[in-house]
Structures are given as C-alpha cells and as structure tokens.
Design a protein around this ligand. Structure first.
Ligand SMILES: Nc1nc2c(ncn2[C@@H]2O[C@H](COP(=O)(O)OP(=O)(O)OP(=O)(O)O)[C@@H](O)[C@H]2O)c(=O)[nH]1
Ligand SMILES: [Mg+2]
Length: 334
C-alpha cells in the first residue's frame, strides 16, 4: 500500500529556490527586452505555483488522514494538527497574494516605456519575491521537512487485522516481529535500537497480507509528559491503531528493568481499553528471581499469559495461533 505522502511533490526550500531563480534569470531570453523581463517574472510566478500545489496537496492529504498518521505528524513537527493546518492556510494565502503582486509587475512591464524601466520593474519584482519568501513564508521550510519525514514512514493499513508488539526497551520486540512476520527489523543488545514504527505482515495461502504486525520502539516507566519522541511514536501505534497488543516482559539475567517497572507499563496499557496479552520473553535465559516475581503478579490478573523465547522460537507458534484465533484465522490454513 502507498503511503499517502509519497505522491506529494516536494519543492525546494526557500533559500535554495531564491538562489536557483537568481541563477536562471540572466539565462532567460525573449523576442524583445520587454518580453524577456516578462518571462523572468513568469519564472518567479511558476515557482510560487509549485509551492501552492505542494500546500494544496498537503492540505487535502491531511483532510483524509488516519489518526495514527496525524499524530505522527504532530510528533515529528512538535506542533498540533491545528497549528500545522494554520501554517498551511496562512502560507497559501501569502503565496496567492504574492502571485497577484507578481502578476501586477508583469502587466506593468508590458506597459513600460523603455527596456530600462522594464528591467527595473523585473528587479523590483524579484526583490518582492525573495523578501516575501524570506521574511514571511517561514512555515514553508518546516512543512517541507515534515513531508520529507512523513514520506519515510511505513504504510500501515488501518483496515487490516493488526498485532502491535509493545514493551520496554530491549525486551525482544523486534526479534519477535522478525520471527512471526515478513519484516526483518534491526535487533541489537542495547535499548532503543528501534526508533520508528515498522510494519511486517503475516501472509495468507496466496501470499496476501492477512495480518500486519507492528514493531514499536521501547517505552519506559514514566509519565507521558516526560516521554521522548521515540517513546511517543510507540504510544501512538498502541493507542491509535486498532490492534491487539502483545506486551513483552524481559525476565532474562541481563534484563535492564525491574518487574515493578515492567508491570507499571503493562498496567498503563491495560488501562487503554484494548486487548493486551502478557508475554514473558527470554525464558531460555531466565533469571529465576525475576521470573518468580512476575509469574506471581501475573497470576493475580486472571488472564492468560505466554512464556516464550522469541530468539529460539520456544512457544512462539502457540502464541501466534492464539493471536490469529482472535481474528478467527486458523494457523493450519495459513
Ligand atoms: N536470550 C534471549 N535473548 C533474546 C530473546 N529475544 C531477544 N533477545 C535479545 O535481546 C536483545 C534485544 O532484542 P531486540 O529484539 O532488539 O529487542 P527490542 O525490544 O526490539 O529492543 P528496542 O528496539 O531497543 O526496544 C538482543 O540482543 C536479542 O538477541 C530471547 O528470547 N532470548
Ligand atoms: Mg526493537
């Protein structure tokens, strides 16, 4: 599936554009001096039209965007959706206005009395063009950066059954995603290896994507207001994708987080009114004390939990069968 931002044509940033226009102007010729100056102003107008198209496309993309992507835009830009829209609309008005100003110069050049006046007017038009862009269109560069970032986001299909793998950093989330889906995410021994949300698929009998599996960055046990951008991306997937959440606990000897911390995050996710399935990972290397503490606590919840080794594949198939069964998919048929 295509990411909705992929089709947006991204123009050059303001300074680059001003520089390029300035380079192109002397190369533009015409059938008369007036005609040449008019063509120069038309070049400026055409460049502004490109900004206008970019802003209009962005605005229409945003109007039909899934909340997961709108929130991702907010995280990436550190601005609210309303601020982004405000920025688009005010810049659109500014560009429209600038096109009108340049069009007036175009007619003034057509009515100028000699080549000297025509050239002077063209220079004045360029001065207006560059000063409006420099002083008033500050939002443009920010929006260009934002769209470039959004183009890199992976495509998530909100209508496909979804499994979101969540948990503290280093718990083995990416290892599990790599084992059960088509994704091959980066796995490493240090925390926060995964910095973006990634998507893999579980394929059906005809190799069609049947279920999507979402790999998320790790989250720490701390208030939402203290969470960094990377953690917020994980929370966005957990909250705004309509999926089953698999919460991984790390009970290995090298676990970096206490059972209390891991349970705090688990409880936070359970409060979201979603299906959250507790999964104890790394049982091949379990720390007996951590394991005992966790099992004692989990049995109080009266919910089914799994004990797996994502790395060695222990019990992974049982977990997968259980998850698919929630979507009414029988693993034997896949
Ligand atoms: N012993 C053992 N190690 C595991 C298991 N699963 C993952 N690991 C190891 O744990 C480390 C972290 O694995 P990742 O899959 O990158 O963990 P993650 O949760 O995606 O980590 P972040 O993206 O940093 O949050 C790696 O060194 C893995 O090899 C397991 O079942 N058993
Ligand atoms: Mg990871």
């Amino acid at each position: 599936m295509l990411n909705s931002f992929e089709k947006i044509k991204v123009p050059q940033k303001r300074e680059q554009l001003i520089k390029n226009v300035l380079n192109k102007l002397p190369k533009i010729q015409g059938i008369s001096p007036k005609d040449r100056e008019i063509r120069r102003v038309i070049l400026m107008i055409n460049e502004l039209e490109k900004y206008k198209n970019f802003l209009s496309e962005l605005s229409s993309t945003m109007s039909s965007l899934h909340i997961f992507y709108t929130t991702l835009m907010e995280i990436e830009s550190k601005r609210s959706k309303e601020e982004i829209k405000g920025c688009i609309n005010s810049t659109l008005r500014l560009i429209d206005n600038s096109i009108r100003i340049l069009s007036r110069y175009r007619y003034a050049i057509a009515n100028s009395k000699d080549p000297k006046e025509a050239n002077l007017l063209m220079r004045e038009a360029f001065g207006r063009f560059s000063s409006i862009l420099r002083r008033k269109a500050k939002c443009l560069d920010e929006l260009i950066d934002l769209v470039e970032k959004m183009k890199k986001a992976e495509s998530i299909d909100p209508n496909l059954p979804t499994i979101v793998i969540a948990g503290p950093p280093n718990a083995g989330k990416s290892t599990l995603v790599g084992r059960i889906s088509t994704a091959k995410p980066e796995v490493a021994y240090y925390p926060f290896t995964t910095k973006e949300v990634h998507v893999g698929h579980i394929l059906g009998p005809f190799n069609e994507p049947m279920v999507q599996v979402i790999d998320t960055p790790g989250i720490l046990d701390r208030p939402m207001s203290e969470r960094n951008e990377i953690e917020k991306k994980a929370i966005n997937a957990i909250m705004n994708l309509n999926g089953i959440i698999v919460y991984l606990f790390d009970v290995s000897k090298s676990s970096m987080y206490s059972i209390e911390e891991q349970l705090d995050i688990f409880n936070e996710l359970r409060g979201l009114n979603k299906i959250v399935i507790p999964v104890i990972n790394k049982i091949d290397d379990k720390d007996e004390e951590l394991y005992k503490q966790l099992v004692e606590q989990l049995s109080k919840f009266n919910t089914k939990y799994f004990e797996i080794s994502a790395e060695n594949g222990i019990n992974v198939r049982d977990l997968l069968a259980y998850l698919l069964n929630i979507f009414n998919i029988n693993i034997m048929s896949s």
